[in-house]
Design a protein around this ligand. Structure first.
Ligand SMILES: [Zn+2]
Length: 244
């Protein structure tokens, strides 16, 4: 986020906060504040729901959901760290963080089932996941180039002229589009997780609501990221248009 402020920094820009345009500082601070609120709520809910026991560990939930979804070529593995859970389509592994893998709680079951939701998406060639995967190389290049422009701008190697700004905007648009395409992928994985948890009878209705709540807050972190990115993009476009 800070990178974008620096890249936008124009030498001799009047007013603002240490030379940074005030509206951008406002946007960035508001995004940071909202994402902090969302992630601290998420963390609180997860800690709370980690205390509610069910009869299977995260690893057992993942194995069961994969098996019942007719998926035999995906491995469930334990990965170090906290909140490091993810599905890797390259080597077809559901990676569960240590606490999720070993714990039998509502929170662990929700996370494990969500990651398996991605494996089911992969198997069914769910269109948003396919699109997202296709975007990955372009997004990696765009992020690299955004960093280079930022470094060049910091060292004052070139003034951010109209062409550079539009290049910056195009690259930023790629990362914003990626953040937006991520949303249906995440919501759909959670939906699949909740349907499975419901059908499995693993979680009683009260626990089911808690799993739903935990997954809702997890999805909100992606929503905040996408909105923050979109607002910044709109701001950059406005700046570029005004400078003509
Ligand atoms: Zn996910």
């Amino acid at each position: 986020m800070i990178l974008e402020i620096l890249a936008q920094h124009q030498p001799g820009h009047p007013g603002g906060f240490y030379g940074f345009p005030l509206p951008l500082v406002g946007i960035v601070l508001a995004t940071l504040l909202v994402s902090w609120l969302v992630s601290s709520t998420l963390k609180r809910r997860f800690d709370e729901y980690s205390q509610i026991p069910i009869r299977m560990t995260g690893a057992q939930v993942a194995e069961a959901m994969l098996r019942q979804s007719g998926i035999n070529n995906v491995r469930v593995i334990c990965t170090p760290g906290k909140l490091t859970d993810h599905y890797n389509p390259m080597d077809r592994t559901v990676n569960l963080s240590e606490p999720v893998y070993h714990t039998n709680s509502v929170a662990a079951a929700a996370v494990a089932a969500h990651e398996c939701g991605h494996a089911v998406q992969h198997k069914q060639a769910y269109k948003w996941l396919t699109l997202r995967s296709k975007m990955v190389p372009a997004v990696q290049i765009a992020s690299q180039l955004l960093n280079y422009i930022m470094i060049a701008a910091i060292f004052g190697m070139f003034f951010l002229g109209p062409t550079t700004i539009w290049i910056y905007i195009s690259l930023f648009a790629v990362t914003t589009a990626f953040a937006i395409v991520t949303l249906p992928v995440e919501f759909d994985a959670s939906k699949r997780a909740l349907v499975w948890l419901e059908n499995s009878g693993l979680a009683a209705s009260m626990e089911h609501d808690k799993a739903k709540n935990a997954l809702f807050w997890a999805a909100m972190t992606y929503v905040v990221a996408a909105i923050g990115s979109l607002v910044q993009l709109a701001y950059f476009i406005m700046i570029a248009l005004n400078r003509r």
